[in-house]
Ligand binder design. Structure first.
Ligand SMILES: Cc1cc2nc3c(=O)[nH]c(=O)nc-3n(C[C@H](O)[C@H](O)[C@H](O)COP(=O)(O)OP(=O)(O)OC[C@H]3O[C@@H](n4cnc5c(N)ncnc54)[C@H](O)[C@@H]3O)c2cc1C
Length: 415
């Protein structure tokens, strides 16, 4: 079994196959595994930081089962109760969204658990997302004039879809609401990696693969695939060529642009959206708050881990064109206000721009997602951009990897 791409989709596929006793070889173009979900040591901050803050929810079932499989189930951290604190920088209002347990969302009838100036009906409008057609945007089914739109629906859509609510696909937002908020408090507890993304999602998987005798070849970029007789015959890597035997299967788990360049005739999403993260060193560890939703500024989510404050801006293509010093100054003003730090100069920081953070999750681009199967009998696709029915998130990427592994195993069983 050959798996190309060691992001979380490729790793989850490799882990499932290795656990099923298959001999797997993983090839990765970069000098590290993890793809868009990884940590690195930043020399400016002299600290381990994630390429981007990743927020997960306790209802992310594939995340839970993958972390259990690789022995990292306890590597996420977060509150014991679902609670989403928010700050509106324009009005100065602070509030906490606190869903209740059970499937019936009575919290929307409780003014101290819901967004200020919202009515229960504003939330029930969200049910329209469930029946929205595939060509419908999030904004087109909601009342954009209501305060709840600006203070809840819009930030939620941008966080989940990395695409503005005005152009984001309603059909991709709904499954997330159904699987988290729709299942009550226990399914929507916020979770972040306790140490870092690599510590949770990457390093334990690499250890498992190594223990199973499955090599992971870094710095191996797939440059071409040779097809013939309805199957993939060979893989051409920067490091050399791999000829495939009759039983060899290939799972291609690379981003959509790379996949389209490798697989003849493949339709894949073409547009992408940026995410900009800023990481700032605080004068001292801040214990009061681990994360905060922010509206009315450029920052959208603030995460605090020890003495590092990190902010995320999704759908950030315009911001990403700005210079890092200017982005840092704007972000820091908002962080200082959110954490009540007063008028401090911008501290040591790192701005990370991921220009192609995810595919643009518009209805048009969603139509371009490919299923896992291909016309070549031994080639399967994985990755957050494939047609998982979910948005491009860790949860979607892991499910795509699991699905690809299951197809390979079923194919092998039927051969
Ligand atoms: C800044 C940022 C913030 C995010 N925030 C969140 C969040 O809060 N919550 C959430 O759930 N998700 C979030 N995501 C999305 C999440 O990170 C991705 O959905 C997920 O990591 C995608 O995994 P993947 O394996 O599908 O793709 P990738 O991680 O892109 O993996 C593909 C791998 O293939 C390799 N590759 C490419 N071409 C080749 C080739 N020719 N040969 C060999 N290897 C190749 C790449 O180097 C890469 O390692 C965020 C993403 C970013 C960038």
């Amino acid at each position: 079994m050959h798996i190309v791409g060691a992001g979380v989709a490729g790793l989850s596929c490799a882990v499932r196959l290795a656990r099923a006793g298959r001999q797997v070889t993983v090839y990765e173009a970069a000098g590290h595994a993890g793809g868009r979900c990884r940590s690195f040591h930043d020399t400016t901050l002299d600290s381990l930081i994630d390429n981007g803050n990743h927020l997960l929810l306790s209802g992310n079932q594939a995340v839970v089962s993958y972390l259990e499989d690789i022995g990292a189930a306890d590597s996420l951290t977060g509150p014991n109760q679902a609670a989403f604190p928010f700050l509106d920088l324009e009005s100065g209002l602070r509030w906490t969204v606190a869903p209740n347990s059970g499937r019936i969302p009575w919290w929307i009838f409780s003014s101290d658990r819901r967004v200020p100036d919202s009515r229960a009906w504003d939330y029930l409008q969200g049910l329209r997302l469930a029946s929205a057609g595939e060509d419908t945007t999030v904004a087109s089914v909601l009342d954009t004039a209501r305060p709840l739109y600006r203070r809840f629906w819009q930030p939620l859509a941008v966080a989940v879809l990395n695409t503005a609510a005005e152009e984001g696909a309603a059909s991709l937002l709904w499954p997330v609401i159904r699987e988290t908020f729709g299942r009550g408090e226990a399914a929507c507890r916020p979770r972040i990696a306790r140490v870092g993304l690599s510590d949770s999602f990457v390093d334990p998987a690499l250890r498992l693969l190594e223990a199973a005798g499955c090599p992971v070849h870094l710095n191996h970029r797939l440059r071409g695939i040779e097809v013939g007789g309805g199957r993939v015959m060979a893989l051409e890597f920067t490091g050399g060529r791999v000829d495939l035997g009759n039983d060899d299967q290939v799972v291609l788990s690379v981003p959509p642009g790379a996949a389209a360049g490798l697989v003849p005739g493949l339709t894949a999403p073409q547009g992408s959206r940026a995410i900009v993260n800023g990481h700032f060193r605080l004068a001292r560890a801040h214990d009061g708050l681990s994360f905060l939703g922010i509206v009315g500024g450029i920052c959208q989510w603030l995460f605090v881990r020890g003495d590092i404050a990190s902010v995320t801006v999704s759908a950030a293509d315009v911001l990403a064109d700005d210079g890092a010093p200017s982005i840092a100054a704007r972000m820091w003003r908002e962080i200082a206000r959110a954490l009540d730090l007063g008028d401090l100069p911008v501290p040591a920081h790192r701005i990370v721009k991921e220009k192609r953070a995810t595919f643009a999750q518009t209805p048009q681009e969603a139509h371009r997602r490919a299923g896992p199967g291909t016309v070549w009998t031994n080639l399967t696709l994985a990755g957050d951009w494939t047609d998982t029915g979910l948005p491009a998130t860790i949860e979607g990427a892991l499910r795509s990897g699991h699905k690809a592994a299951d197809l390979v195993l079923i194919g092998a069983a039927n051969a």
